[in-house]
Design a protein around this ligand. Structure first.
Ligand code: PHE
Ligand code: NA
Length: 450
């Protein structure tokens, strides 16, 4: 195909379309499901502060680095590196990204499947009142069930595949043009509603009043950096793939800052939404991963019109998951499409099937395969840890080295499209020195299990 030269490659119709799609990739389960429970476990406002520092000091500069490679390479994760660095091993970064994308979507689709099932339970009214044994027992019964979760997971993957099959402009761009504004409206509604609850002030205080003594806890930094990477979708070349479809005239820096701001805004809104509710109903903020699936339904049940709020919340969760899943699937699809010379439809079918097979393992890890554990981590936890703690930071590190040290200074600056000389220097210092040092520290400590 003409993809080899970049000519005739599928493109974003508008710059806004690209921005919404990149924001769609960023804003996902990471913001709404992961951010609140990680923040809850790691000190609330203190965590938020460190997280914000990482997002803007390291995350946004690295996102620009990843975007630069894709826009300059104009090809998929692997092809872009091959084009910019022929006859080197740099393209292994792209291979690792493709594998990482497949792994993330494998477990992401499990949680997305639960979300669709919960949405269905709210639409039918089944979860408007507490099920026998409570929401905790209902959640346990649901995730240990071998077959039913697979059905909802498959449904989620099929919807994702159908959109990706339609291509960039008429598939992914169009879907995000609907999903992102819809998501924004629903989130603002939910946060606004949360603030009207009695006791909301306590939730806001938890999220916005830092406990300075917690800054001495190294774990806060570890969790905040991991969350920043996962949340901004950095390090696996999904964002690289998206930026390869940009037109020459559409510049990167403003879009990058936009994605960083929007992703942060959504995390903060999700935090407001969850913590106002959590405190208003006197639940522990440190309840961990089940926060969304056990605590929130219990809270909705005791609210006036809580069933409707449940519908809104799970619609929002599914939309956020879908817009991220599109980027996770496009990453391997673009690679398979080019290297195997298959149609986009065939490439999507292959990638989707591989992901579903891994996804079955992640889902069964909660039930009949729950004996498969390493250090108390089930299959989904292992996929999550491998990607978030190893693949994403390693990918980010490699991209920082590639642009910061392998490319010439002039090329790096040209690809970044930063205009101000001051900002050019700041960006270079960050990707050459600051980000690699911080990433190495975090990766080594997390590998040593500290
Ligand atoms: N950023 C997404 C989220 O917050 C997850 C994601 C990671 C998507 C990596 C694409 C690539 O949910
Ligand atoms: Na995110």
């Amino acid at each position: 195909m003409s993809q080899q030269s970049g000519i005739g490659q599928d493109q974003w119709k508008t710059r806004l379309g690209f921005m919404l799609a990149a924001m769609g990739s960023a804003v996902g389960l990471g913001n709404i499901w992961r951010f609140p429970y990680v923040a809850g476990e790691s000190g609330g406002a203190t965590f938020l502060l460190v997280y914000l520092a990482f997002v803007f000091l390291i995350g946004v500069p690295l996102l620009l680095t990843e975007f630069s490679i894709g826009k300059a390479g104009k090809m998929d994760a692997v092809g872009s590196f091959k084009k910019l660095a022929p006859n080197t091993k740099w393209h292994l970064t792209g291979i690792m990204g493709v594998i990482g994308g497949i792994l993330i979507l494998s477990f992401y689709s499990v949680v997305a499947g639960w979300s669709i099932f919960y949405l269905y339970q709210y639409v039918t009214g089944a979860f408007w009142t507490e099920p026998d044994g409570g929401f905790g027992a209902a959640f346990d019964a649901w995730i240990t069930n071998p077959l039913a979760p697979l059905f909802w997971q498959a449904l989620f993957l099929i919807v994702t595949m159908v959109i990706v099959m339609r291509g960039i402009g008429s598939g992914i761009e169009r879907a995000n043009n609907i999903l992102m504004p819809g998501l924004a409206i629903l989130m603002i509604f939910m946060a606004g509603y949360g603030m009207t609850l009695d006791g909301a002030g306590e939730g806001l205080a938890f999220l916005f009043t830092p406990d300075w003594s917690k800054l001495a806890d190294p774990n806060v930094y570890l969790m905040a950096l991991g969350q920043a990477f996962f949340s901004l979708s950095i390090g696996i070349c999904g964002m690289l793939t998206y930026s390869s479809y940009l037109k020459e005239k559409d510049k990167l820096p403003a879009a990058t800052v936009g994605v960083g701001l929007m992703d942060t805004l959504f995390a903060v809104i999700a935090g407001v939404m969850v913590f106002t509710a959590v405190f208003s109903f006197g639940v522990e903020p440190t309840s961990g991963p089940p926060l969304v699936f056990i605590i929130l339904p219990s809270i909705f049940e005791s609210m006036p019109a809580g069933g409707l709020i449940g519908v809104v919340f799970f619609v929002l969760l599914v939309m956020a998951a879908l817009s991220s899943a599109l980027s996770l699937l496009e990453l391997p699809v673009a690679y398979i499409h080019r290297t195997l010379g298959l149609t986009r439809k065939a490439a999507t079918a292959i990638a989707g099937s591989i992901i579903f097979v891994f996804g079955i393992a992640a889902s069964l890890g909660f039930g009949i395969w729950s004996h498969i554990q390493v250090n108390g981590n089930n299959i989904l936890d292992m996929m999550d840890n491998l990607t978030a703690n190893i693949i994403l930071p390693l990918g980010g590190l490699l991209m920082a080295f590639f642009v910061g040290w392998y490319l010439t200074r002039d090329k790096a600056i040209q690809f970044s499209e930063i205009e101000s000389p001051l900002l050019q220097n700041i960006w270079l210092i960050i990707i050459r020195f600051v980000a690699p040092v911080v990433l190495l520290i975090i990766m080594v400590t997390s590998l040593l299990g500290i």
